[in-house]
Design a protein around this ligand. Structure first.
Ligand SMILES: Nc1ncnc2c1ncn2[C@@H]1O[C@H](COP(=O)(O)OP(=O)(O)OP(=O)(O)O)[C@@H](O)[C@H]1O
Ligand SMILES: [Mg+2]
Length: 287
């Protein structure tokens, strides 16, 4: 669905490249996560892929066509959720969606159906300037879905949402994948990336450092060990065991049979730890 080869870009007047020689592919039907700390170049990459920024070096094909060959009809084929909502503040939520619907040859959902999807129905007739940040984000998100595109670009879709609404958006994203959509998801929330993405790309300082499935990345360098915690004589005691031979390990069996057993964890790396080890940079975890 997306093929990128040696893509580089510098903002006008900027001496440093925001995106440096990046190469990756996104397969049909996958959720591909772009993960990296603030300033890494994630949004810049999305903006290049949606033709919002021009003047890049490298090759980009989207939906089997070089980006340069796409014209105005590109936007009927892709859905875009921007990092920062850009609504008409004096218009209501419903009017905003009607206005954006008028830009497409056909739309799949009525504005009120989209608003219902993200629990904004009762706010349909209120001006967007009266919406909270989270409400604006939810409106921004459904705007990307109205024409039922096969390819979606979502830049930080859960940022600024409380855990309940973040869950709602993630469930909609999972449902979109089930319906065969391809999703390019930008985030610096590694929990979201871990949960949602088939593959993630780690980006730091404009460069792609690593691409892989979250599961593979976490298992590759993790310790094949299990950590067991027990409460012995008022103190919490941690024990570690090799995964191999656990069923025959008498000490492990004693620990897990104990009435004082507190917790059991396997010791694979978290995606955050993989990121830190690979890039030397920390991902700031955000809601
Ligand atoms: N309009 C612009 N003009 C000049 N430089 C820019 C512009 N937008 C972004 N940059 C620079 O490009 C680099 C990448 O920014 P980008 O917005 O792509 O990062 P990001 O990974 O999306 O970060 P965040 O997680 O904070 O959204 C940064 O150094 C940033 O300062
Ligand atoms: Mg960004």
């Amino acid at each position: 669905m997306i093929s990128v080869k040696n893509l580089s870009y510098s903002y006008p007047k900027s001496k440093v490249e925001a995106v440096k020689e990046i190469t990756f592919d996104v397969q049909e039907g996958e959720i591909f996560g772009f993960l990296g700390p603030s300033g890494a170049g994630k949004s810049t990459t999305q903006k290049l892929l949606i033709k919002l920024l021009q003047g890049y070096r490298g090759e980009v094909d989207v939906l089997k066509r070089p980006l340069g060959k796409w014209n105005g009809d590109y936007f009927a084929n892709i859905g875009v959720g921007f990092e920062l909502p850009n609504h008409y503040l004096k218009l209501t939520g419903e009017e905003n969606l009607k206005l954006f619907a008028s830009f497409y040859p056909t739309v799949a959902y009525k504005p009120i159906e989209l608003l219902r999807m993200v629990e904004l129905e009762e706010h349909a007739k209120k001006p967007v300037e009266s919406y909270s940040k989270g409400m604006k984000m939810r409106l921004n998100f459904v705007r990307a879905l109205m024409h039922n595109p096969s390819l979606l670009f979502l830049d930080e879709p859960t940022s600024g949402l409380d855990p309940g609404y973040a869950r709602m958006i993630k469930d909609i994203i999972i449902d979109l994948k089930k319906r065969g959509k391809t999703i390019f998801l930008t985030t610096h929330n590694m929990h979201d990336a871990d949960e949602l993405c088939d593959r993630v790309a780690f980006m730091v300082d404009g460069e792609l450092k690593l691409i892989g499935s979250p599961r593979e990345l976490k298992l590759q360098n993790g310790k094949r060990r299990v950590k067991v915690e027990t409460h012995d004589e008022g103190k919490l005691v941690a024990h570690e065991f090799e995964i191999n031979g656990l069923a025959q390990n008498a000490e492990f069996i004693r620990c897990i049979s104990s009435p004082n057993l507190q917790s059991i964890h396997s010791c694979e790396e978290s995606l955050e730890e993989v990121f830190l080890r690979t890039t030397g940079k920390s991902l700031k975890v955000s809601g």
